[in-house]
Design a protein around this ligand. Sequence first.
Ligand code: SF4
Ligand code: SF4
Length: 415
Amino acid sequence: MPGSTDPRFAALDPCVHCGFCLPACPTYLATGDEADSPRGRIVLMRALERGEIGAADPALTQHIDACLGCRGCEPACPSGVGYGQGLEAAREILAERRGIAPAARAILTVFSNRLFWRTLLTAAGWFRATGLPARWASGTRLGFGMGMLASTRRHRVPRSFPGFHMPHSAPTVALFRGCVMDTVFRHVNEATRRVLEANGYRVVDINGQGCCGALHEHAGDRKGAESLARQNVKAFGGRANYIVVNSAGCGALLKQYGHLLGTRDGEHFGSRVRDVSELLAAKGPRQGGPLPLDVVYDAPCHLQHAQKVQAEPLAVLNAIPGLRLRLLPGSDKCCGSAGIYSTLHPDMARAVLDDKIRGIAAASPAPRVVTTGNPGCHMHIGAGLRAAGLHATVLHPVELLDESYRVGGLYSRQQ
Ligand code: SF4
Ligand code: SF4
């Protein structure tokens, strides 16, 4: 196979078509169709690059659009193929040549404008507070959406604490608040602040920040992603040693702002971004009080593959005495959420999720909590558990650490 003519596809050059990546691909496992596998999609992407098939080709539309972008194929590849880079290039070309589907465009428009997403997500939070989404959650398409919203609700966490006395030498951390995280998951942002302060970080607020742009980038809307990235780079400036994020999907793109914008400011921004688990693991983290719970961890693709952050969330969870932590088979596989994918491709998203839910249902002892550090996974798995009639709750790892600190009395005394 000749090398790339377009440098954006060069990361696909090492592919030798061995097929080792096939069993790692959730969509291939769901359909058994070679064209829904990484190897099949690489063939389609190369054909697009060489102009052998057009952007409107139905095979491209069906199979490239159906890729989750989870990058689960990358660690399985012995040749080091950079599948994610090739996919990013293919989606950008497809978006340029055939436009973005109206449903995706409508969602991206909402997330481009702070007033729009804040209004919409705040209203969703009010609706959640009525308790109706939890009552209406089911396996139907509408019921699944209700289950997603119901799974965002706050669980038992401390309401307030006096705050920690922070020495001036403490590293300064600016919280990337996000859009979904700053509205329906605001309690996770609050928990993030508390556990970071308990571990000796000074947390500061930055005004003027917005959505990270990951949804736009995944959909091939590079201009939309760049515009949001520039807004965030400007808002954060050079303040704070670190920019901390608790959403894996956001973190993966925030770390890539240098690549996205091609500017020194973008590079400087990206170099300071850390997932919250990275900052906590760097400090130990501090142990809290006991939480004797059966918990399974599900690794978000954008944390384990895109950011290569694998051990740190486990270090956070292992700091909780009494927690009975397990990794179920398939805990490293995509859940099918993948940004707006589950909205645009609900059938495939559910087919991919079903495998994971079956694994959780079969686990003995039954887990009380599924923990994961990405809002899309949180909502998608949460809805799947409700649809299957399982009583496990989904929580972010920092919510568990936060609860452990509350139980251990760390918040009840000034430090
Ligand atoms: S992407 Fe890697 S694992 Fe998959 S077929 Fe190509 S070389 Fe083999
Ligand atoms: S990114 Fe995920 S869904 Fe897409 S080909 Fe790779 S493993 Fe399959």
